[in-house]
Ligand binder design. Structure first.
Ligand code: FE2
Length: 627
């Protein structure tokens, strides 16, 4: 007789426990244990519980290769999901094998887990383990199916497969064997070509392993409802027409002011703050250093000499590498649509900037189209104040459009979704790259599904606030079809993890701070760009900015996406311990030490800054794109 001791940990999430019967089978190189019910006096699998069991075998099993968990009906109780965190198996000789699980097991099924030691396919030779990999990936590819969002966009998750699973109800990330008593015969449901039951995303049917936790959902609703109701009660969401005074915009979100929103409201007109945002705002990706001016921007030295001063000239500053260009060419063909029944306008400006001897980046000249000529004057800081302010505001509108569509949505949300999908579909749980990337995929499919269902549908919030739907994005940078060296793998994994975490934090978290003062980030423009100088008045300026209800819808969106709902996992924190070996655990500890040092330096630096920059402080960077 050989006795194996099992220690089973149930997750501490709300409703993580189950009343279903759980059985276990151990599979070793020398045989299998009997299927044994895990049953003690009282409730076995309550949220947060750690329970111990014994599995008795006629003889020792050799090296433990697999642990099977069988979830079956208990009496007349309905099925309820179980979040199994991990299981530790102690062999008769005292050696312990850890089985990370960290997943919801829904319905009646059998889940097969491998020990936590990371293994690539080259390290597996046993047919049993090779077959396990194959079945695991087959099941996941049936669950996480690709769908085309729009031509030219990265592909996305097809949520209709989750609806099919909802009716199946027998799913887990590592399910490989359906139970004999499952109450349907849906083995073919995931095959390609199976007809979709619905053609719209359904938030209620998200697969449990990628769904927002109850805590996160409640937090999101708690953030959204009061702000939305407050605006509704005050009639702001229904009020069409121009703002009467700029100062009225201050009072939209009187209870959601931050140090930065106040700073922006105070300094938004200043050229130095306009330049500052190219480096420290939410879209710090636009600047190109120039060695010569492009022919489409015929700025002369005489135009900018008053700003450059007597000691230098445009050519000298170009040679010094102090002249920069923000070129919004990508907006040149952007289609526009109506808001509140009114035509909106988009332009594709060019903004020339100068890094002055004091290290301050200043706008030198703005041309509001890609085509120079009499109808596209070059606006200068020496123009009358409102002309220059309007030109800068057009650039800020272009910033908004490029930032939200490209920098934020495409380059973080959609790109990270594509990598999340590829990770889930192509790598088994035991693969080291799967263990590494899984924390950086958390909630990405869910938040993007929410965005598509609520913000990006034809009646959604983004459709109300953003005119352009770009049906052409730049030629995509090439991505290698294969990685041949460890160095290449490290490079791309680093890029993916950075994009999912720090890059998204940099372009997401400051949206409310920098956008709450709407003239600093207008979502749409109601008048065409000026073709002459000297005609701008405060009324024409206000009549160009978004109307009241559009402003408020946009601010509501900014407020929501800038507040990471609860249940956060900051960069470098891995409460789900998928790596069980010493070497990766030491690497994680070293990474966490580096992040702690970076955080210390950021906080020290912020103390001396007029406007602290905290979005890349590691404790406030989420591991994944989750909002
Ligand atoms: Fe985001």
């Amino acid at each position: 007789m050989a006795v194996y001791r099992l220690c089973v940990t149930t997750g501490s999430y709300l409703k993580a426990g189950t009343m279903d019967n759980i059985y276990a089978t151990l599979v070793g190189t020398c045989g299998e244990s009997p299927k044994q019910k895990l049953d003690r006096v009282g409730r076995d699998f309550a949220p947060g519980s750690v329970q111990k069991y014994k599995v008795r075998c006629a003889a020792e099993l050799g090296e433990i290769l697999l642990l099977r968990l069988h979830k079956e009906r208990f009496a007349f109780f309905c099925k309820d999901p179980w979040y199994c965190s991990r299981i530790c198996v102690t062999a008769p000789d005292g050696s312990a094998v850890h089985f990370p699980c960290y997943q919801w097991i829904d319905g009646y099924c059998t889940v097969e887990l491998r020990p936590g030691t990371a293994r690539t396919i080259c390290q597996d030779s046993l047919p049993l383990l090779l077959d396990h990999r194959k079945r695991e990936l087959h099941a996941r590819q049936g669950c996480y199916r690709w769908k085309i969002f729009a031509p030219g966009f990265p592909r996305m998750v097809d949520v209709s497969s989750f609806q099919e699973m909802e009716s199946d109800k027998n799913f887990a990330l590592t399910k490989t064997v359906p139970c004999a008593d499952q109450d349907d015969n849906s083995g073919n449901r995931y095959l390609p070509g199976f007809p979709m039951k619905i053609d719209i995303p359904s938030l209620l049917h998200m697969e449990p392993n990628i769904r927002y936790s109850a805590t996160k959902t409640a937090s999101l609703i708690f953030n959204a409802l009061p702000a939305s109701l407050g605006m509704k009660i005050r009639g702001l969401l229904d009020r069409k027409g121009s703002w009467k005074r700029l100062d009225d915009i201050r009072n939209i979100f009187w209870c959601h002011k931050t140090f930065t929103t106040e700073y922006v409201t105070e300094h938004w007109c200043e050229d130095s703050f306009f330049g500052y945002q190219y480096l420290n705002g939410v879209n710090p990706v636009m600047l190109h250093c120039l060695s010569s001016l492009p022919s489409k921007l015929p700025v002369t030295n005489d135009m900018v000499a008053p700003l450059l001063g007597p000691d230098t000239c445009l050519q000298t500053e170009l040679e010094r590498g102090h002249i920069f260009l923000a070129d919004y060419w990508i907006l040149a063909e952007a289609p526009v649509h109506c808001l509140n029944g009114r035509q909106q306008y988009v332009t594709a400006p060019l903004c020339l900037l100068w890094l002055n001897p004091q290290g301050v980046l200043l706008p030198l000249a703005i041309q509001l189209s890609q085509t120079p000529g009499p109808e596209s004057p070059i606006f200068l800081p020496t123009d009358c104040e409102l002309d220059w302010l309007l030109a800068k505001t057009w650039v800020r509108n272009s910033e908004f459009l490029v930032h939200e569509n490209n920098t934020h949505f495409l380059c973080t949300h959609l790109l990270c979704e594509a990598f999340s999908m590829a990770t889930l579909r192509q790598l088994p749980l035991c693969h080291p790259v799967f263990k590494l990337l899984l924390p950086h995929t958390r909630y990405t499919l869910q938040v993007n599904t929410i965005a598509r269902a609520t913000l990006l549908n034809p009646e959604g919030l983004v459709d109300k606030v953003q005119p352009p739907r770009q049906d052409h994005k730049a030629p995509p940078p090439s991505f290698p079809s294969q990685l041949c060296t460890p160095g290449e793998l490290v490079k791309y994994l680093t890029a993916i993890i950075f994009n999912c975490s720090a890059q998204h934090a940099a372009v997401n978290s400051g949206q409310h701070d920098f956008g709450a003062w709407m003239p600093n980030a207008p979502s749409s423009m109601r008048q065409p760009p000026p073709q002459t100088k000297g005609n701008t008045t405060m009324k024409s300026y206000l009549d160009t900015l978004p109307e009241v209800n559009i402003t408020c819808s946009n601010l509501l969106l900014f407020w929501l996406v800038s507040q990471e709902p609860k249940d956060q996992r900051p960069l470098g924190t891995y409460p789900d311990e998928h790596f069980t070996e010493e070497a990766p655990r030491q690497s994680i500890a070293a990474f966490q030490n580096c992040l702690a040092q970076i955080s210390k330096e950021i906080r020290e630096r912020n103390q001396s800054l007029a406007l602290p920059y905290a979005y890349l402080d590691p404790p406030v960077i989420e591991n994944s794109v989750s909002i």
